[in-house]
Design a protein around this ligand. Sequence first.
Ligand code: PEP
Ligand code: MG
Length: 446
Amino acid sequence: MKDDGIMAQQEGGSIRGVGVSPGICCGRAVVLTDVPSDPSFGSDTPAAEPVILVGSDFSGEEVLSMDLESVCGFISAAGGLTASGGIVAKGAGIPGVMACPFGDRIRTGDDLILDGTTGEVFMHPSPDVVAQCNERTLQYQAAQEEMRVHRHLPAETKDGWKVEVLAAVDLADAVPGAIVAGAGGIGLFRSEFYYLTGDGAPSEEFLFSIYQHVVSSIAPLPVTIRTLDLSGTTQIHGLERERDPNPALGLKGIRFSLAHPELFRTQLRALYRASAFGQVRILLPMVSSADELQSAKSILAGVRDELTREGVRIGDGVKVGLVLEVPAAVLAASHLASEVDFFSISSNDLIQYGLALDRVNGTVAGGYDPLDPGILKMIQLVVQAGHGAGIEVDLCGEMAGNPASVPLLLGMGLDSLSMSPMDISGVKKMVRESTLDQCAALAELL
Ligand code: PEP
Ligand code: MG
């Protein structure tokens, strides 16, 4: 049955938001007023029963800190396709809908079905709706199964053009799953989570053990580890800071690391030490100017020298890359390219800053458009600048995992795409069904 049939039968019984993590699930609502420490969480619901968490907002850090054992889905009023909570839930395989205007229509204990692909939420679904959702689940599973055959095949177009398809992960434990999903390496390891557990900033030894584990478990494939990219609202225990009035534009990414050089040096020491166990690429987030890059690089050089003086083994080919996500850095890309070994375009933030669309504001979530001509122009500019300087250009963020973006990205000449492991087979399928000629012709139109 078609979607509109469902809507007609359940008039008033469904709400539409933005599907951010695919899959369908049914469970009982637990409405959180204060994520993640709401005392009501779990208290009204037998532990064995699957729970759909409902809240105003879920940040990635909050989702990572939750015990997700009984959670089968989540719904939030805030956010959208690139909000960090959705990205983390997708990494964990939990269906989710964000930017969902549920108001006071959902209460703890309500029976819900959510479709994380279409963004629909059904409240107290009738037997008919349950049957239709079961049918959708079977279709979704069949489509997933069909795509799985592509996961270990090369990402190569029909006319022989290869692109690297890599995974973006948040946790060391996610690395084996990424390899099973067909990743040719880790193109983005977000390092934030390990700063949020424990009583304070993590020690060098702790970080080293995590990085060494990640690097060794993926070797000889490369891993790109992004240095701390905390959002402006996140607190590290013991290092409480004032909430940024506008977190997206505040002390975020490299700015935070430069403001806390001891923390940065600790992370870099752990990274350089782990580089002896495989191929490490260090990625610097949210750099907006050549000055910031120089400051970061001089700290990197200092840490390297210090470790060398101490006789610590460092891997031979550690590469240092730059995240391109701030429009000013995009425009300066040809100058910045000679200073680093690779570029990584972070499409989620590039779109946030390029289209002036807050990633966590559900009311503007509908404006997300990775194929906006201005965004595509910026990507093209970075690729040309990077290739002009002889360095590789990667693209990560939700756009990388969307098969609809793939022909243009291939046509623009991206060297690699880094995505949620869940998206790998669909992207490989699209690459394998394309020809570079067609893709290049599309990119010519820009
Ligand atoms: C991005 O901005 O595209 C990205 C991959 O990083 P994050 O989602 O962690 O901001
Ligand atoms: Mg980002």
